[in-house]
Design a protein around this ligand. Sequence first.
Ligand SMILES: [Zn+2]
Length: 770
Amino acid sequence: MNRIKYFFASALFLIGAMAIAQEEGEAKPEREPGHYNQSKFKQLYEEFSTPNTYRSASGAPGPDYYQQQADYVMDIELDDKNAKIYGEETITYHNNSPDDLEFLWVQLDQNVRAKDSKSPLRNGNGVNIAYTAGNFTQTYITEPFDGGFNIEFVKDANGRPLSYTINQTMMRVNIPQALKSGEKVSFSIKWWYNIPDHTVNRARSGFEYFAKDGNRAYVIAQFFPRMAVYSDVEGWQNHQFWGSGEFALPFGNYDVNITVPADHVLDATGVLQNRDEVFSKEMMKRYKAAKKSYDKPVVIVTQAEAEAAEKGFSEKKKTWKFKATNVRDYGFATSRKFVWDMQAVKIGGKDVMAVSLYPKEGNPLWEEQSTKAVVQTLKTYSKHTFDYPYHKAISVHAKNQGMEYPMICWNYGRPNEDGTYSDRTKYGMISVIIHEVGHNFFPMIVNSDERQWGWMDEGLDTFMQYLAEQEFGRNNPDVIAPNEKYPSRRGEAAKIVPYMGGDQSHISPIMSNPENVYQLGPNAYGKPATALNILRETIMGPELFDHAFKTYAQRWKFKHPTPEDFFRTMEDASAVDLDWFWRSWFYTTDYVDIGVKGVKKYYVTNEPTAEMKKYMEDRNLSESDFPPLVYLAEEDSDDFMPELKGKSPTETSQNLKEFMMDNMTEAERTQVKEPKYFYEITFDKPGGIPMPLIVEYTYADGTTESVTYPPEIWRKNDDEVRRVISSQKELVGIVIDPKLETADIDTTNNAWPKKEEKSDFENFKENIKG
Ligand SMILES: [Zn+2]
């Protein structure tokens, strides 16, 4: 290489480096050394555990993945008069792990309501704003409710007593010999407890008492000692049940007999084994009709029949027998007050029964909307995950409840006493039914650990709930007018702004244990649901997202996934690097705020700009040391000369003109439309989360152009970036995120020229006040 050429090459390199520096902005001096190592785009190797043979790096179960199994045979009896429940159960526990287990952990969730429960003692919140009369009475006036388990015995398969140790809501069963890997053990527990009034103390299970007719309606769950999960991730998951962190349960098969007053109507997890014994002839006839009714529910027990039954108080008993295969839990609802309807729905070529149970107090709302909402849930969720595998899905009306179990759930939404109801009550009811029935998919089948990760079921379910609600709106013109959208409470980006833009001292990362977070609703439901919605709509697009989300559901149905299994699968199935997204949305409390900071106008010139002159001076160079150069002169600088205005670049730059003459054919030159306007736009990012930079440019002729720069535009400079655009038309306006897709917490900086507008957050505050 001769000297001149070598010099040329290095000068060009420097020019190139200058261009890059201008394009991406220079690092600010206040930045810490090592800033780029702390990039938001750094991969999550430190946060994620190392993949192993149980869980693969792809996010799929590994070759040695295992899970335990717990089978139950139970006889349950409800004492309606005294509101007590009695049970005897035999658990057969299969140790599929590679480990020998010296003891077994059984969950006694009802002990959270024991007289000596520590749960009420650990909260230090001071005086509440207000109390329900019932809650006040229970907290300050009456004796604490005695709702803990009374364990009568724990016995081995030969009827010999087994020693056990109760630590709050956990019971260690001290088996005489370790349960070897690959072996199983059976043992029995006899128990009873006092059923709480769930309307008083926000229990997830219990009864509601109807003073007018003297009846109770029961929704019963967490009612039997249940095996804890043993896994490759936690060992025994024996964190105490304090009340907020829900449940971690192994799959198993259930054989359950439930004895209740003979005039009760009951439904439960599992296939009813003795329908002939518990149904009247008339009910049987209606049930057969319901199996063929795909367009509307068939009433199995009418309101008139339920009202007649309310007066009966039968002294006789009836036993309802159920079997359930591959479920992680068990629940049932029973009362003589229940109206019952059913509708068939085809899912993947198989018939599923959509079922509703409600006292007359739920009507007319419940007979109109409940089963319809169940049907929509099964259809939408199955489409996005896997075909609903069970034979029925039941929605039970229970005051103030929203709680889920396999095949059955409790839902609020009660009309006024005269039967009228507000839109708020109606949409609240439809939404909670979609949500709770949707929990069949997450976590009842995609069986995540709720005790550790609230968002894995609540967030994914709330995201799917949004999709199902929108489909419900489109499919039910009698509920939602054709030109309107279902008013989803959560899911849309803008709805999470008040939370994410709120007081940082009362926000926790999504990746937190549900017991330890402030504002569990937005933390575990709203924010992850919004994050997934943004991923689907804005970052990945529905095609890539839906395939990846479905892959996750398929990989982990009837298994126990962790957050990483989800994060990894979403990347594995889409080829979209999302570490930056998981990091900022799930591991931090950062928010989104992206704005346009300024716009500079430039003109093409042949004259070296002041910056170029200094560059040459510093290095003792002259123009002749470079190939022919073209410069952009800023309008508001000394470089600008009025004669540049209104001219095309080839008119103002001889170098450019000659280059085009030498390198382009006549035909090519006539094709060229020379841009007249050059702008450098500075975008800034006061918020911590890098997001796609969605820009709408508006030109003088009224046309607009939308450009989405990928989130990686922020990879080297987290504070601000600059883009140069050229155009034949004058740029008159810029709007960032015009459709409010990114949950930007402050939109006052989203426009150029700056508009006098209220921020989203201020609008929200006003709406809340109104
Ligand atoms: Zn939920």
